[in-house]
Design a protein around this ligand. Structure first.
Ligand code: C2E
Ligand code: MG
Ligand code: MG
Length: 573
């Protein structure tokens, strides 16, 4: 065993050497020094198994050597037995607390006691080291993301707090970038989670190359990353770094020989400009990132105060939707769809209305929010059930009526939509062919196999499919061919509003002729004037819908309308 004796008293050193029961060259290899300075010098150059360290020395006390060693891991790899002339339990405790493993008083020293103290100290030291190693592993696990080796969210937030505080002290700005991969779910869904993991690792490699160090780079969620940039002198610097990061995503990722494109949306916020606290800054960067996504993805967006208002509005709408749904207090309005030739009501389109008069949000605002949060599935079910039950009531007054229900693309992705529609129709004794499901082209542009299969299923079960708002977006003819569409609704933007609106008139005429030729039932939306209705008649458009024929109205109003129709018929009869 290699033993270092640190004691200023040569007699005491001799006593120790004797008590170790050895002389020069025997089993123990002993080095002697007479001061803490020499002791530190000795352990700097060679490793010892144990140090026998005198507590009291003239210049520097032994306990200070313990403290010095334990504060420097490089010096620390040795067990220490403190030796003192005083027999003081408090002193012993101080030495142990400072990092020594055992304590023995000089008056107590015998060969066997010293041997025992050395062995105990060695064992105890080994155990302490093992505990320290497991502590480090646990700490690493708690702070690091296992897949990428970056900091995790918890550690990141701590680092952000410290960096912001330092920034305040140094009066310099801190920037926070929030990164979210675009359509990463698609990679996972189509290529599997292992491929997804590879993309995440490659992302870390690419982004790291754009940064000075990985210190403030963390993975804070599945496909979410955050970066702290400290000592920022101008927004331009942040912009340059963010753009550089964004550019590295232009190159596609190659996974098992397959090329996958995956972009990134980046939100940036600055402290103290946008927020002073870590949580607030994270929120601002998140809001900016969300804007970047909304602006069409693969974008960099800096936080602006007005985003907060928009975000709050969206957030409160999202919360309100859930609450209103809980109390089933949304309203469904119904708008008549009439035969063009005799204006007879053939059908009603169900249109959702916000119930609260203080905040009259239009469906064009709250439906996309419901889609994004996923609550549209529940809301959609309520709409389906309410509309079909309403049709049952009205069929008592007019048996040939049908109902049109708008279905969001998100609902089409829900596998049990067809079963749910079947169940509601069965309970209400409504045949499926009396239910028209209105979908928009955006659903078809997703070109998702699931949507195609769902539409086929719905069509096979007898539901009619209407393509809504045709002529407003892409109006792809291939959609008309590839999907089981029965009805096409020509968007209201195709209606001419002025007499010499020649081009629009021609487009409307050409589209309706083409659709008639392809045997679709054609409905013109947004018919507001007699002149527009006349054009529809001339073009033999099947059905018309619009303010001229009737505005979307509460069911009570439609009730009285249908009842008065019945009475009129009876009178005429
Ligand atoms: P949409 O399905 O194309 O519905 C027709 C929209 O045009 C309705 O707006 C209706 O009020 C409006 N409209 C009807 N006639 C006229 C007219 O003569 N002139 C003008 N200028 N507008 C007319 P609304 O109710 O605000 O709904 C807007 C959109 O929100 C709907 O367009 C539909 O995409 C969506 N939406 C409405 N209700 C629901 C629903 O229950 N579920 C789903 N998923 N979406 C819905
Ligand atoms: Mg519609
Ligand atoms: Mg429409």
């Amino acid at each position: 065993m290699k033993i270092l004796i640190v004691d200023d008293d040569s007699l005491d050193r001799k006593l120790l050497r004797r008590s170790l029961g050895v002389s020069e060259g025997s089993f123990h290899k002993i080095t002697e020094v007479s001061s803490v300075t020499d002791g530190l010098e000795a352990i700097n150059h060679q490793r010892f198994d144990v140090i026998l360290l005198d507590y009291r020395m003239p210049e520097i006390d032994g306990i200070e050597m313990v403290i010095e060693m334990r504060s420097k891991p490089k010096l620390g790899g040795t067990a220490i037995v403190m030796i003192s002339s005083a027999e003081d339990p408090k002193l012993a405790l101080d030495c142990i607390e400072a990092g020594a493993q055992d304590f023995i008083s000089k008056s107590d020293i015998t060969q066997s006691k010293l041997d025992k103290a050395i062995l105990h100290a060695k064992k105890r030291f080994e155990m302490e080291q093992k505990m320290h190693e497991s502590y480090l592993t646990v700490k690493q696990m708690a702070e690091k993301d296992a897949l990428t080796g970056l900091s995790n969210r918890y550690h990141f937030e701590e680092t952000l707090k410290v960096t912001i505080d330092n920034g305040k002290r140094l009066e310099s700005s801190v920037a926070l970038l929030a990164l979210d991969l675009d359509d990463f779910k698609n990679v996972n869904d189509t290529l599997g989670h292992e491929a997804g993991d590879e993309v995440l690792k490659e992302v870390v490699k690419r982004v790291s190359k754009c940064l000075r160090s990985n210190e403030g780079f963390a993975r804070i969620g599945g496909d979410e990353f955050a970066i702290i940039l400290s000592g920022i002198e101008s927004i331009n610097v942040v912009n340059v770094i963010a753009k550089r990061i964004s550019d590295t995503f232009e190159e596609s990722f190659v996974l098992n020989g397959k090329e996958v494109h995956c972009g990134v949306s980046i939100g940036a916020a600055l402290s103290p400009l946008d927020a002073c606290g870590a949580q607030e800054l994270l929120k601002c960067a998140d809001i900016a990132m969300y804007r970047a996504k909304q602006a069409g993805k693969s974008k960099v967006c800096f936080y602006e105060a007005r985003y907060q208002e928009e975000f709050n509005r969206r957030f409160s709408i999202q919360n309100d939707i859930a609450n209103i749904l809980k109390h089933s207090s949304f309203k469904l309005f119904f708008q008549p769809v009439c035969s063009t030739s005799n204006r007879d009501i053939i059908s009603f389109e169900a249109l959702i209305r916000w119930p609260n008069n203080d905040n009259n949000y239009p469906p064009s605002e709250f439906i996309p929010i419901a889609e994004e949060s996923g609550v549209i599935n529940e809301l959609g079910r309520w709409i389906i059930k309410t509309a079909i039950e309403q049709l049952r009531e009205w069929k008592r007054l007019k048996s040939e009526l049908t109902i049109s229900i708008n279905i969001s693309p998100v609902q089409l992705l829900h596998a049990d939509l067809a079963d749910y529609l079947d169940k509601v129709c069965e309970l209400a004794s409504i045949p499926s062919h009396d239910v028209i499901l209105e979908i928009t082209e955006t659903a078809l542009f997703k070109d998702n196999d699931k949507i195609s299969i769902m539409l086929q299923q719905l069509s096979l079960r007898g539901f009619k499919i209407a393509l809504d708002d045709f002529g407003m977006g892409y109006s792809s003819v291939s959609h008309l061919v590839n999907y089981p569409i029965n009805i096409v609704k020509l968007d209201k933007s195709l209606q001419s509003t002025e007499p010499n609106d020649g081009k629009r008139k021609e487009i409307f005429a050409a589209l309706s002729l083409m659709l008639k030729r392809l045997n679709f039932t054609v409905i013109a939306e947004g018919v507001e004037t007699e002149a527009q209705l006349k054009i529809c008649e001339e073009l033999d458009v099947d059905r018309v819908q619009g303010y001229l024929l009737g505005k979307p109205s509460a069911p009570e109003y439609i009730d009285s309308l249908l009842k008065s129709d019945v009475l009129d018929c009876m009178d005429a009869g």
